[in-house]
Write a protein that binds this ligand. Structure first.
Ligand code: GLN
Length: 191
């Protein structure tokens, strides 16, 4: 598995480490010529979604990445990456890729540096291959406040989804890459 890690801003290095730990090869996507390299999956890391979205457009990466995501490229997105994918931002008309049928509220978890375990939701196919916990660090993380009926919920915290899967997209409100637990990276590589 060869993973292209978006590296224009934010916490991309931690994803490179996490995917390397589970035996995947990674490289950084910083400019359009990086897209000429073959890759099987894309990481959209945490950081600042407005900055990332603007940089993606300025660098000419936005349209080609959107086309690949829509064509089925597997995506692993955390935090700001989830915001870039969401179809709707609560109280904000901004839409970036808009490919994931969820509504998110930015900065909903405040300045929360601790990590906590989010229980996996049950249900058919829910969290297949995962243990019953997905530990994540929440750092000014978005809340997933609404999901379309066919979005699979991989984990919940306080009654709200904190990780979801839909078609080729896995998206996390917090940061599994900032914990020692590699189960979601392994599961994503096995998909
Ligand atoms: N608060 C950031 C945003 O709105 C996301 C935080 C993160 O990625 N850790 O883009």
């Amino acid at each position: 598995m060869r993973v292209g890690v978006l590296a224009v801003q934010g916490a991309f290095v931690e994803h490179e480490r996490a995917f390397a730990d589970v035996g995947a090869e990674t490289f950084e996507i910083r400019q359009t010529r990086d897209l000429a390299r073959p890759f099987d999956a894309l990481v959209l890391p945490g950081g600042e979604s407005t900055t990332q979205g603007k940089l993606l457009k300025d660098l000419g990466l936005f349209a080609p990445l959107k086309a690949r995501i829509e064509a089925g490229l597997p995506v692993f997105a955390t935090c700001a990456g989830l915001i870039l994918l969401a179809e709707r931002l609560m109280g904000d008309p901004t839409v970036w890729f808009g490919v994931l049928p969820v509504t998110v509220q930015r900065n909903a978890y405040g300045r929360q540096l601790g990590s906590f375990a989010a229980m996996r939701a049950g249900g058919a196919g829910g969290g297949e291959g995962l243990d019953d916990r997905v530990p994540m660090a929440f750092i000014r993380a978005p809340a997933i406040v609404d999901v379309a009926p066919d979005v699979e919920i991989l984990s919940l915290h306080g009654g709200r989804p904190t990780a979801v899967r839909w078609r080729n997209v896995w998206a996390f409100a917090g940061h599994p890459e900032l914990t020692d637990d590699r189960q979601v990276f392994e599961a994503f590589c096995r998909r």
